[in-house]
Design a binder for this molecule. Structure first.
Ligand code: HEC
Ligand code: HEC
Length: 207
């Protein structure tokens, strides 16, 4: 079976550290705590100007892109963040050359193929950090929009590829089934995919 012998001690330690940290961040609101829904593309039909309507789809999608379920893995530094308060990952782990961590502390030492809820450890077979050029943490929705369209900063993807990636990719999909102790991203993955599609087909304008 799975080998998690080292888990209890790490989980307890992590729990203590996160309690201490959460004292410092209590009072901050996160997007996860506010709006839990995504509007359907049809609800923007009243915006006559196509560019304004396109930008409005992206603004709505921005609720997902700026959610901690995404930004914790698309951080501004070499360190992932954790939880709804987006605290720095404990224990300290770093991107490493391939996004899977340093040789001494690989993501896969702890993150397995699926969520491991007794230790609140999120999991997916491809669990690793998004490359530095895909950092979203701390950026505005407008900045993310420009960046996500740029093949030099989106992994060489076309706009069509983005519809598929956000709407269907299973690592992205983890954000809507993140396991105990974390609030899922707003709406559903299918609704997010529908917004990306509406945005691309209306000219992919940025807010
Ligand atoms: C476990 C970490 C992890 C999580 C969680 C995660 N991503 Fe990513 N993301 C990655 C990695 C790694 C890549 C680079 C993979 C590649 O280029 O094939 C990436 C690339 C992307 C890309 C393509 C490049 C870009 O920035 O335009 C998009 C779009 C994306 N992620 C969307 C999301 C969305 C939306 C969420 C939340 C709903 C999310 N991701 C959550 C790790 C993550
Ligand atoms: C020593 C074990 C360990 C290692 C190694 C590790 N993690 Fe984690 N990680 C955890 C635990 C435990 C949690 C859950 C903490 C919590 O939220 O209570 C976690 C949570 C996360 C989260 C938070 C997800 C969310 O939205 O809340 C991200 C992102 C993450 N890890 C990324 C990584 C990446 C990327 C690597 C490799 C560079 C890595 N981790 C290596 C133990 C580890």
């Amino acid at each position: 079976m799975m080998r998690f012998e080292r888990w209890p001690a790490i989980a307890v330690l992590g729990g203590i550290v996160s309690c201490l940290l959460s004292v410092g961040v209590a009072g901050q609101s996160t997007s996860a705590a506010t709006d839990r829904t995504l509007a359907a593309p049809a609800s923007f039909a009243g915006i006559a100007d196509p560019a304004k309507r396109s930008a409005a789809y992206f603004t709505e999608l921005g609720k997902v892109l700026t959610n901690p379920r995404c930004t914790n893995c698309h951080p501004a530094t070499d360190r992932p963040r954790q939880g709804d308060s987006a605290r720095l990952h404990q224990p300290p782990v770093f991107r490493g050359v391939d996004g899977f961590g340093l040789d001494s502390m690989r993501c896969t030492n702890c993150h397995r193929d699926s969520n491991f809820d007794p230790g609140h450890v999120p999991g997916h077979a491809g669990w690793h950090l998004a490359p530095a050029e895909m950092a979203w943490e701390g950026k505005t929705v407008s900045e993310i929009c420009v960046q996500i369209k740029d093949p030099k900063r989106n992994g060489g993807r076309s706009l069509e590829d983005l519809i598929e990636h956000i709407g269907k990719d299973t690592l992205v999909g983890w954000a809507w089934a993140p396991g105990a102790g974390r609030t899922p991203a707003p709406g559903t993955q299918a609704q997010a995919g529908a917004l990306v599609e509406a945005w691309v087909k209306s000219g992919a304008a940025c807010p």
